[in-house]
Each structure stands twice: as structure tokens, then as C-alpha cells.
Design a protein around this ligand. Structure first.
Ligand SMILES: *Cc1c(COP(=O)(O)O)cnc(C)c1O
Length: 363
């Protein structure tokens, strides 16, 4: 069957970087780099070593290792801190008969589901999850009390998805754990400020396909000793999580282009401008807002008046079920609004969205 015969609906993604919609747009340069990688052969160990050096230099860490996604990086970082330099433990990672310390701490507020539960990744890496604190928060003293001689690591999620109220800051947690000699894994998969947190982590994880806009891939960076433990797993669970040569080349190119592969604030505002024409429709209000987590993202917020024939929920449903599947950012739908995130859009997509909303509200 030819690829052209796949029965697909194309998506206009106005919801942001969504893994379930294909995450990000690869630039021509990234695709060319992937073509180069895909059409040549390498000694893969050397390619890994060289790519690791480039990434480590970029992130200013001692070492780095590439995986097929950020989830794989979480799994392998947990596994590596359980097995350290034991070859036998690598081969028998999930063997219950082998006595290994497996306790991995995570604050309850960080035990998120980003499309899959992070706790599942810790289990896959051979870890036993020990939650600290509760839904309402966590203190440093709670963490200190939870540490036992079976604790091998803690996972800290640095993400705008997490509630961070009543939770200790990354720097405080890192300093406590350093004092206790427990390594800290920081999952910053979806963050843009790569340099902000990586100094407060023993193993630091980012996605290659979210902010960086590379192909599906994950980056694990940190101390040389720990990265070596991760490499040991390439003859174990790492085999199921390996990155391809084409993705390594694509990721390095994306990294080289970042952050110049992002639109400036002015470019985003210009792109969103045509949406304001919807203000002319009775009951529709458009405003342009900056990201609530203060990232360099501007969005158009479309509010549908309470007394209109169609609610905001009706409008987003109709947008999804039109000739193209238009996905909007719907966190405010219960309050009567939805947002248009421009990161994955071109000008013709904006035109389509405007026409569709005009049609829904007036037609
Ligand atoms: C997206 C995300 C992940 C998973 O990344 P994948 O590359 O899809 O495996 C993990 N943690 C957080 C906080 C994320 O946002």
C-alpha cells in the first residue's frame, strides 16, 4: 500500500506542541540532516559518543546520551541508578530474586500523567515508586523523612503542567539530596529554558521534539559517571529504546537551529492579527494574550458569549469535525473560551480557522 493511500485526516494544530498530534514541524534543514543520516552507515558507538559530546557541550554538562524519546530517558536514568556499574544487575534488572535497592522518590504533585503516567516509566526502569507529600503539597522535611538506605534516586518534574504551589523549589530539593548523596533526575521534557535547571540535576532530561523541534527523540545529560551507567543498559532495556541514526542527525541539526527556529513575539502577533476580524461577529470576543507560564508564546483567546446559539464547546467540536481537523487549546472551555496557539500554524491555517469560525457562528 502506498503512503498516499492512508486514510488520513490532516490536522491544523492550534493547540500547541501536542505529542498526540505529531508534536512539531521539522525544518527543511532538519529533514536534510535526517536524509544524510539515513543514507549513510556509521559505527554506531562512535556516532553515539560524538553526538553525546556535542549535546553535552551545548548543555554545558559533563556528558550526554540520546534516546528515542524523553520517556525512554526517564526509564533508563532510573535503571542506571539502580544498577550503577554492575553488569549482572543490568542483565537481571527486573529479576525479583536479585537483591537491589530500587526505591525512587517522587512528590505526589509531580506524579503526573503527560499522556502516560510517569510512575509507569519509573516501574519500567526497575524502580519502586515511593510518593512523598500529598495532593496539597510537600515539604523538604517530608522528603528527608522518606529517604532510606534503599533509596536510589528522586525524580523531580520541572513542568508548567505540574502544580508547584506548596512544593519545594528545585534548588532546595537538589541541595538536600546532594547532602544526602541521593542522585536527582530532573524531567524537564517540555521546558524551553535549558540552561536554567540543568545545574540542579544529576541526570537532566529534555525532549528532542518539543521545544527543540527535532525528530522524535530524547536527551539525557549530566554527570559522566551516571551517563556511563546509562550506556551500560544498551545491552539491556536500552535496546528497546534506541534512537536511529537519522534521528541523531536530525536532532543535532535542530539543536543548532534552536532558538532561531522559533518565531519572535512580533512575528507571532503579526500571524495572529487576522483572527481579530472575528470581533465583528456578535457574541465573539478576541484578545491576544501572553503565555501564562511567561514563555515566549502569544495566543489568540476567542470567547463565545453565554447567550449565543452555540457554546464555546460546540464551536471547538465543530472545528475538530470539519473537513480538516482543527485542534484548539481548550483548557478554558468551561469558562466559555478557547485559545489559538500559533506555534504549529502557517498563515493559510489562520485563514482557514477564521473562515471556519465565521461559518460556524453565522452559517
Ligand atoms: C512530554 C513529556 C514527557 C514525555 O516525552 P516523550 O518524548 O513523549 O516521551 C515526559 N515528561 C514531561 C514533563 C513531558 O512534558
Amino acid at each position: 500500500m502506498s503512503v498516499n493511500k492512508l486514510n488520513l485526516r490532516y490536522v491544523i494544530n492550534a493547540s500547541g506542541r501536542m505529542t498526540k498530534l505529531g508534536v512539531s514541524t521539522l525544518s527543511d534543514e532538519v529533514v536534510s540532516a535526517m536524509k544524510h543520516g539515513g543514507q549513510h552507515y556509521f559505527e554506531m558507538e562512535q556516532l553515539h559518543a560524538e553526538a553525546g559530546k556535542v549535546v553535552a557541550q551545548y548543555l554545558h554538562t559533563e556528558a550526554a546520551f540520546l534516546t528515542n524519546c524523553a520517556s525512554a530517558a526517564i526509564i533508563q536514568s532510573v535503571a542506571s541508578l539502580i544498577t550503577k556499574d554492575s553488569q549482572e544487575a543490568v542483565h537481571r534488572l527486573h529479576d525479583a530474586d536479585l537483591e537491589l535497592n530500587r526505591e525512587v522518590l517522587i512528590m505526589t504533585g509531580h506524579a503526573i500523567d503527560y499522556g502516560a503516567p510517569i510512575k509507569t516509566m519509573i516501574h519500567l526502569g526497575g524502580g519502586m515508586v515511593k510518593e512523598v507529600g500529598n495532593e496539597n503539597g510537600c515539604t523538604l522535611a517530608d522528603i528527608e523523612k522518606a529517604i532510606t538506605d534503599k533509596t536510589v534516586a528522586m525524580v523531580y518534574v520541572q513542568s508548567h503542567y505540574c502544580q508547584q504551589n506548596n512544593m519545594p523549589k528545585l534548588a532546595e530539593v537538589y541541595s538536600l539530596l546532594q547532602h544526602k548523596e541521593i542522585p536527582l533526575i530532573v524531567d524537564a521534557a517540555a521546558e524551553t529554558g535549558f540552561y536554567d535547571h540543568r545545574k540542579q540535576a544529576d541526570l537532566y532530561i529534555i525532549s528532542g521534539s518539543k521545544a527543540l523541534k527535532g525528530p522524535t527523540s530524547g536527551i539525557l545529560a549530566g554527570k559522566k559517571e551516571f551517563i556511563q551507567y546509562v550506556r551500560n543498559h544498551q545491552v539491556g532495556i536500552g535496546r528497546a529504546m534506541k534512537i536511529g541514526k537519522e534521528a541523531i542527525f536530525g536532532l543535532l541539526k535542530a539543536m543548532e537551529q534552536y532558538p532561531n527556529n522559533e518565531r519572535s513575539a512580533d512575528e507571532q502577533l503579526e500571524l495572529l492579527q487576522p483572527i481579530t476580524v472575528l470581533n465583528q461577529i456578535e457574541g465573539v470576543t478576541v484578545s491576544i494574550l501572553k503565555d501564562e507560564a511567561k514563555r515566549n508564546i502569544h495566543r489568540a483567546r476567542i470567547t463565545i458569549g453565554e447567550n449565543e446559539a452555540k457554546s464555546a464547546q460546540d464551536v471547538v467540536n465543530l472545528l475538530k469535525n470539519g473537513p480538516e481537523a482543527i485542534y484548539t487549546r481548550d483548557y478554558g472551555i468551561a469558562q466559555g473560551y478557547f485559545d489559538i496557539d500559533p506555534r504549529s500554524l502557517q498563515i493559510q491555517d489562520i485563514q482557514t480557522i477564521v473562515e471556519r469560525i465565521q461559518h460556524i457562528m453565522e452559517g
